[in-house]
Design a protein around this ligand. Structure first.
Ligand code: C5P
Length: 232
């Protein structure tokens, strides 16, 4: 798959997400469904959005014992999502089990990426709460390398880390990057942001954009602007 803009549909109900998606009569955006919408509406929301012609990134960040993750990934694979994820902290063995579960009888499977350290975790909380004493950048790169070793397709990371991840894990290893804002836009609660054009320059493969599109006065125009800056 080539570069694309993924729209984070952080809505609490099917009604809200369909009202939003109804705006898109031309190009159908790649959509991210997160825990909030999935837990509110269940797997049917995935089928319905898929049926409308959207690609889907199901952002459920699995983290459990390998056998449970394997069986759960097998269910997600049958839901026909295009991209899903897990926590690299679950270990290489858990990630390998996830790939096994995700792979369909015909050998195809959705793309699978790993969350390294959440961006809400900083050096201090990592050391104090998790007793991980290494510098956080090294931990992120180590987790990315573990994901690659397990056969995953990439990681979720800050656009600022995308270049380094490619250096360490290869150009084909996908970087999916949130924290994107327009140069003239509101950054909200994101701390380290990049414009779509900068994310493109630095080598992100997919950008995940929520509020700059979902809260825009004209969401279609905002989406098209992202595509123009990042993809075209
Ligand atoms: O609205 P906004 O563009 O900030 O949305 C970004 C999306 O990416 C949200 O769904 C958020 O949960 C997700 N995300 C993030 N930072 C991470 C991982 C995921 O913003 N490190």
């Amino acid at each position: 798959m080539g570069k694309d803009v993924i729209v984070a549909c952080d809505f609490a109900s099917a009604e809200q997400v369909f009202t939003f998606l109804d705006n898109f009569t031309g190009r159908k955006p790649f959509v991210k469904i997160g825990m909030e919408l999935f837990y509110a509406e269940g797997p049917q929301i995935v089928r319905e959005i898929k049926q409308r012609g959207h690609k889907i990134f199901l952002d459920l960040k699995l983290h459990d014992i390998p056998n449970t993750v394997k069986k759960s990934m097998s269910v997600l694979s049958r839901l026909d999502v295009d991209l899903c994820n897990l926590h690299a902290a679950g270990t290489v063995r858990m990630m390998e089990a996830a790939i096994e579960g995700l792979t369909r009888p015909d050998g195809t499977r959705p793309l699978l990426i790993a969350v390294t350290q959440l961006t809400s975790t900083d050096q201090e909380s990592m050391e104090n709460d998790l007793l991980i004493r290494e510098p956080i950048d090294e931990v992120v790169m180590h987790y990315a390398a573990n994901a690659k070793k397990a056969g995953l397709d990439g990681v979720v990371c800050s656009p600022l880390e995308a270049g380094k991840v490619h250096e360490r894990c290869g150009a084909q290893f996908l970087t999916v990057t949130p924290g994107v804002r327009f140069a003239d836009g509101d950054i909200g609660d994101q701390k380290r942001v990049m414009t779509p054009a900068e994310a493109k320059r630095i080598g992100s493969d997919y950008i995940v954009v929520g509020r700059p599109i979902t809260a825009a006065e004209d969401p279609v125009a905002a989406y098209e602007r992202c595509v123009a800056e990042f993809v075209d």
